[in-house]
Design a protein around this ligand. Structure first.
Ligand code: ZN
Ligand code: ZN
Length: 374
């Protein structure tokens, strides 16, 4: 199925600034928001499309990838993913509709979901192969133990806010619209704390270093996101905690290049090895060794496949292959003796030893002469 161009969806030019894009997105999203178009599946589709386009282009890295490769940049694993999408949608909603819709996330008592946290983790190819258990230390705000997150001094009770009668929101008329906004007296909490808890200053949260052990499964790739539900920041006033997202990035390996589950390795061999044949021993990602048979007369660029010597596939039993590509090294810095031997070797060369190069220039010349005489 062909996908529409993200810039076209947002109605902006390829050179637009982030600010222009954001404003175009807000306008369009307001228009086709499902809450304003109940039961309209076309609007719903357009809204989804908009979100996808905005989520991609508002991220500088993804935008660069999209500019270079188009939709293909996100087709293989990598980004996408449901949860992250939902999280960023929520952020957009807050931003867009926080004032108008009111209480979407907060509601009474100002209980709010904690923020999601992002942790960037760089791993080696070896670690991606075998998986690992990583210990993280995260500075994160957690529910205050002294007040169990209520923000009130132990024993003291928060009282209901008179300004908003505990709703946390007040209404104001503005033009045609009745607009609800957070109550200025209680900042949307619906209650007033006269006697705030000392350790947290009434916020209900304190910052702590938290250590966490995370299981990185074998087969993770550059760009894999791991979501740990409820391991983000604590919510306010008893609200649920956010999630922790681990963004995995892969360190480049000096010998192996990875493409999905397959690995590639370039191995230089000598001209003589290539001509006479032989064996080379290569290291494999599992820590072992493998022997590659080089047949007589091997040409530069030839690939040999070592089955199941690649990477494991995430959450599967499949294993990729290792491709060994040989490049034939032309000898350099020859001694006099070596030159003489090679010259002698050359004098014995023929069509049989060099079927490609022997006579190549004659054949090429004939071809172009025939072309011009036609
Ligand atoms: Zn407290
Ligand atoms: Zn209030």
């Amino acid at each position: 199925m062909s996908k529409r161009d993200f810039y076209e969806i947002l109605g902006v030019s390829k050179t637009c600034t982030e600010v222009e894009m954001k404003s175009a997105f807000r306008k369009a999203a307001m228009d086709c928001h499902p809450d304003r178009n109940p039961g309209d599946s076309e609007a719903e589709h357009r809204f989804k499309e908009l979100n996808e386009a905005y989520q991609t282009l508002s991220d500088a890295q993804k935008r660069a990838a999209y500019d270079r490769y188009g939709h293909a940049a996100f087709e293989q694993g990598g980004f996408g993913g449901g949860e992250g999408f939902a999280a960023s949608m929520a952020d957009i909603f807050d931003d867009l509709f926080g004032d108008v819709m009111g209480g979407r996330r907060g509601g009474r008592n100002g209980a709010g979901r904690g923020s999601d946290l992002r942790y960037n983790m760089e791993i080696t190819l070896e670690e991606a192969f075998s998986g690992k258990t990583a210990s993280l230390t995260l500075p994160t705000s957690v529910a205050c133990e002294a007040c169990s997150g209520s923000g009130a001094k132990p024993g003291a009770k928060p009282r209901t806010c008179h300004t908003c009668a505990g709703h946390g929101r007040v209404r104001a008329q503005q033009g045609f619209f009745a607009i609800e906004r957070a109550c200025p007296a209680c900042h949307g909490r619906g209650e007033i704390i006269d006697d705030p808890c000392a350790p947290c200053g009434g916020s209900g949260r304190v910052t702590r270093d938290r250590s966490l052990s995370v299981n990185i499964p074998p087969g993770v790739e550059d760009g894999t996101r791991i979501r740990l539900s409820g391991e983000g920041e604590a919510g306010t006033r008893g609200g649920p905690a956010g999630d922790l997202y681990i963004f995995v990035s892969a360190k480049p390996h000096p010998y192996f290049q990875r493409d999905g589950a397959d690995l590639f390795c370039r191995v230089p061999i000598s001209m003589v090895q290539a001509a006479l044949g032989g064996e080379v021993e290569v290291h494999t990602i599992d820590g072992g060794m493998a022997t590659v048979k080089i047949p007589e007369g091997t040409q530069s660029g030839k690939q040999f496949k070592l089955k199941y010597k690649g990477m494991p596939v995430l959450r599967s039993r499949d294993i990729g292959d290792l491709y060994i590509q040989v490049t034939v090294e032309t000898p350099q810095n020859l001694t006099k003796k070596q030159r003489e031997l090679l010259a002698e070797f050359d004098s014995l060369s023929s069509h049989k030893t060099h079927p490609e190069s022997a006579g190549f220039f004659t054949k090429m010349k004939d071809f172009f002469e025939n072309l011009s005489s036609q």
